[in-house]
Design a binder for this molecule. Sequence first.
Ligand code: ADP
Ligand code: ASP
Ligand code: MG
Length: 813
Amino acid sequence: MQVLKFGGSSVASAENINKVTAIVKQKLSAGKTVVVVSALGGITDLLLQCAQQAANGSENYKSSLQELEQRHLLTVKELIPVTQQSSVLSLVKKLCNEIEDICNGIFLLGELSARTKDKIVSYGELLSSQIIAAKFKSDVLEAEWKDSRELIVTDSNFGAAAVDFAATNHHISNYFSNHNAALFLLPGFIAADANGTTSTLGRGGSDYTAAIIAAAVNAGTLEIWTDVSGMMTADPRIVSNYKLIPSISYQEAMELSHFGAKVIYPPTIQPVMSKNIPVWIKNTFAPADAGTVIQNESTANGSPVRGISSINKISLLSLEGSGMVGIPGFSRRLFEALAGHKINVILITQSSSEHSICVAVDAANATRAKQAVDAAFAWEIETKKVEPLIVENDLAIIAVVGDNMKSHTGIAGKMFGALGRNGVNIRAIAQGSSERNISAVIAVGDVSKAVNVLHEAFFETTYKQVHLFIAGAGNVGSKLLAQLQQQNEFLKQRLRLNVKVVGLANSKKALLNDEGIDLSSWKNLLDAAPAGNLDAYISTIIEKNLRKSIFVDVTASDVVATCYNKLLQKSIAVVACNKVACSSAYSYYNQLKSSAREYNAKFLFETNVGAGLPVIGTLNDLVSSGDKINKMQAVLSGTLNFVFNNYDGKRSFASVVKQAQDEGYTEPDPRLDLSGKDVMRKIMILARESGQQIEMDDITNNSFMPESCMTGSVDDFYAAMEKEEAHFKAIYEKAAAAGCKLKFVASYENGKAAVGLQHINPEHDFYHLYGKDNIVLFYTNRYPEQPMVVKGAGAGAEVTASGVFADIIRATA
Ligand code: ADP
Ligand code: ASP
Ligand code: MG
């Protein structure tokens, strides 16, 4: 004998029921067959809605009832030839009239008990199973229809009744041994208590009906036909890279379904497991797909973890108090209080100090649980031995499940490491003593990210997803986007990184696409994107809560720099070539560094000094390996170096500056470079990174720029420099007469920093510094005489973009 169960989506419409009929026909050759069906998809909810509307005194229940009737009538009309419709149409009408009578009663009384709810929802399966029986008949597929309420006996806990297996098994085996049909058809989900009053087995309970029958008749197999091709490594609605689990043990399937894998109703496994009956999960819409087999032993799949699941709508209850320590019986009383109110406990943790005990329950039960527990501990609460029960809502449970987890070390480490790196805060943890599952309570808003992160960690040997949100699409931004596009394949092949730009914003527009923006046409896409503002962009990044999110600031904007802390505190990494944040008040810089540490988010800004040159990285390596920075000397302005390397008094100083700007070396406002302010910011950042608490005011600036050049617009600035040409020429000639070059030098020693123009003679390290190159000399305990030198191109959009790119890759680690 075989038992086949078809779920709500499999029987949702005439078209789908035709598919079911074809499957059943094809299966019949395997022997005696029992088919169990759910209500038409969505009907149980609709029935509950009617009843609730009626109970609330809303006349709307009448239109909901009409919708219900129409849906069934239409299904019959589409499914069954006209000549054979009349008896089933009148049956549908009759049942719908009964539903209406009950709803009228509910409406008049304004009351809806669990018992009446069960009565109402039972019509869903009664209707579907009889429509399908008529369909089978019209297809010359004679099936014996049987009301499950005559076979399955439960207690009177309406809504989720417990099965009386002795009576049930007796009825079932009697019935099937006395009836010799080849095909039986039964409604799932519904049962009756000892008095014959209709009860149900809990939402999703048709799976259970099928399993109860399969076990009672010792079926060869149980097949659960649904709308997915088997049990997957994670809920397909949450993880797009889910994989089929071809084979899974009963225990694993039980754990996964207990923790939310809706594909199978949790109690389903128990009866079939005790009889060792294999369960297949199959897809009605792709019957040729292999599906999943659930049985005693599962085959290895290369990972100790079999699957990941999650349940939303969880509340966490904590009973705390010093009066609990060492006194036996507290836990028993807590659980008795909950059990007494039929509140199911999903997860338990107790701290070893015994000072608190924490349980997770379905959020729908939280208020009742609080009343029950506070009443049970009324005396202890009054005498301050325990606190009133603490209830936390809007939580979820995620669980990692696998039989082989017990023989592997490091799974919990990997799980919590991956969650921690992505800023998922864990409220409670439980590990079953069987070590078959590790579960954690987290915020509902983190579920999608958490499940994806774990799936990636345990199942996706392919690529690690990285999500970039870029601010700025100017000089550096556009070069960065080009480099990202060009390197995309390399990153996949060599680093197993799938780097997607999911957000791109400039000061006017914001473009978002979770699948990744097409980098070959980002300009057009950004032009066509809706208007955006920074606050909305940052909020969206936080709300999206995507794993491995990195915010990339390639602007020079003060306002963008103010957003970093908010992002870091959500564990979103920040990569910036924008110097504003690190060169603002020390307190802000320090706050960002501590947020990065505290929330485990990278904050990287290598390009703040020397563009793509490894200046900050080198300094950090020296310091973290125990060296001490005693002195730094540096030429840090690509712009000033370019200007003084090209200015020889033959053409105007202003025209050389303009050339530097045109070639993309300067800050958007070149006065930042010419005034020496940009160099001050850089030496300050280096000093801060070497451990010095220093502000801009602490740095001496021996500026060579006349005051007259530094006011007004950028155009005024160029005009003023033309007027001051004699001043610049004099500076140049004085140096040339001494056989020296001019370099704008930043120096730091003993906690003091200064910047200014210096004469550099041919023996100096800085003399042979050409074009827009930068150089930094680090004098440290390990490099006391001969400094460690970093030298090379220190400005330009291309090298800056490549430095930002390198930081992005570092941030993915
Ligand atoms: P039916 O109506 O056939 O009983 P359900 O909606 O109850 O179907 O269960 C099937 C659904 O379970 C799938 O569509 C899928 O969205 C969800 N699901 C959750 N977790 C998993 C998982 N690990 N594997 C497969 N499906 C899952
Ligand atoms: N129709 C019921 C429900 O929607 C039972 C089931 O489909 O398994 O919960
Ligand atoms: Mg189901």
